[in-house]
Design a protein around this ligand. Structure first.
Ligand code: EPZ
Length: 430
């Protein structure tokens, strides 16, 4: 149970390089199950969720060799054969995105047995739409002992409408449909950049996908897919987190190797609260876009409502709440995607923030001075928001259960230290 010890009150200054996107790398790794040929992925972030998925692939009998590269890891996957099409409870309970093996396994091997992901700190998060879509594609679905079984003697193209927009639901069905007989149309599909990145990889593997990034995705099934090489997009949530870290500490950061086009809603919101972010015309030394954030002026409170892409991302809601504790005035934060994603509010209140939560709405009154305290992380993005709180607080903050943050942020304490933060990881063995 590692902890972070943060001494706050220091403006961040310097350059930070953004890693590859966890939520693009995860489906890309499972997409490799759709072919017996080699798939090579670059810019894979060194985060714990990737290691968990690698363990799952190895459990399935698939080689996933890792090589260190200048930026992230390179992973080479060859799903020549499969030992058993089972995603066990022990791995799925660590990471619900393991459900992304379901579509590829049933599409290529005709069967899959996946532990049902239980509840999650941020919401119930059912997978009924994944299963309904697979049934529409011709799979038979059954349940036993906490597992879902999907079986099919070849999938058939179909039209499927998502009652609720689902990111991994769209990804799972898009992958399955690549090997189905005929054309599949996914309506009210997710438009996230991670969905588009997956479609780009699948098309490199020989799939025929049109419309990724729009609400309607058309997939013309093919009999088989081949190998490919692909570089994962930058992590827009990590980039948004560092931009907010600069804003809350009154600092100045150069955020490199990100994609500004994926951050439109976040940049617009930061601009409205008084945080100046400019895009550097030059291509940074590390490729991608470079954003320069200067946050010297007063912050003003502004309401926000989370939405599916291209709206304001729910994965930035917690970080934005912490920023609003340091803004003049009050604002309302409305969480429309998950029903229980304000766990961080209570911990921030323990640091002195003035926040009232009522169901899916929270009212933040600022500016309040935060004081360091012993606090506890409850999920990935909540832990990021608490780190931001610690950076802005007076005195020392001790954050427990930072294993949550390691799931999706690569060496965050090292990246923060490089730009002037005073943050240390304390391991139980220390
Ligand atoms: C993805 O989760 C991301 N995870 C999440 O990021 C992100 O918060 C979420 O999309 C929303 O943007 C990955 O990509 C691995 P959904 P996902 O299916 O796909 C309901 C992070 O911090 N729903 O789009 O699981 C669901 O309950 C993580 O990196 C159903 O009702 O989310 C939710 O209310 C956290 N039935 C809504 O849809 C279904 O079958 C959106 O969920 C599927 C979803």
């Amino acid at each position: 149970m590692d902890k972070f010890l943060i001494t706050g009150g220091r403006p961040l200054e310097g350059r930070v390089v953004i890693s590859g996107a966890k939520n693009a790398a995860l489906p890309a790794l499972t997409a490799a199950l759709l072919t017996d040929q080699r798939v090579v992925l670059h810019n894979i972030p060194r985060v714990r969720d990737i290691s968990t998925l690698r363990s799952l692939l190895e459990d399935l009998g698939v080689d996933a060799a890792v090589t260190h590269e200048a930026h992230g890891n390179r992973i080479e996957i060859e799903a020549r054969r499969l030992l058993n099409p089972v995603a066990p409870y022990e791995l799925v309970k660590q990471m619900r995105a393991s459900v992304l093996v379901l579509g590829p396994l049933v599409a290529r091997f005709g069967q899959a047995r996946v532990s049902l992901p239980g509840g999650c700190a941020i919401g119930v998060r059912p997978i009924n739409l994944h299963l309904k879509g697979l049934e529409k594609l011709g799979a038979s679905i059954s349940f036993d002992h906490g597992y879902v079984n999907a079986r099919a003697n070849g999938l058939r193209g179909t039209n499927f409408h998502f009652d609720t927009i689902s990111v991994t639901g769209t990804e799972n069905l898009m992958m399955a449909a690549t090997l189905a007989d005929g054309v599949t149309v996914l309506e009210n599909a997710a438009r996230e950049p991670e969905v588009q990145d997956l479609a780009d990889l699948l098309n490199k593997m020989g799939a025929i996908i049109e419309g990724a990034g729009t609400p309607e995705i058309r997939i013309r099934g093919v009999s088989r897919l081949h190998g490919a090489e692909h570089t994962i997009i930058p992590d827009r949530i990590e980039a948004g987190t560092f931009l907010t870290a600069a804003a809350i500490t009154g600092g100045e950061l150069v955020v490199e190797r990100c994609n500004a086009e994926h951050l439109t809603a976040v940049l617009a919101k930061l601009d409205s609260v008084g945080v100046q972010v400019v895009r550097d015309a030059d291509k940074g030394p590390n490729g991608g876009h470079t954003l320069i954030v200067k946050a010297r002026s007063k912050l003003s409170a502004h309401d926000v409502t989370t939405q599916e892409y291209p709206g304001f991302p729910t994965d930035m809601q917690a970080q934005y709440m912490t920023l609003m504790t340091q803004a003049e005035g009050s604002c309302v934060i409305t969480e429309t995607i998950f029903e229980n994603r304000f766990m961080h509010a209570l911990e921030l209140a323990r640091m002195g923030a003035d926040i009232t939560v009522n169901g899916r709405r929270a009212v933040v009154r600022g500016k309040t001075s935060l004081s360091g305290a012993k606090i506890q992380a409850s999920d990935l993005r909540a832990s990021a928001s608490l780190v931001l709180g610690g950076l802005a607080a007076e005195g020392e903050t001790l954050i427990d259960r930072v294993y949550h943050i390691d799931r999706g942020y690569e060496r965050i304490e090292e990246k923060l230290t490089q730009v002037g933060a005073k943050i240390a990881r304390i391991s139980e063995s220390d």
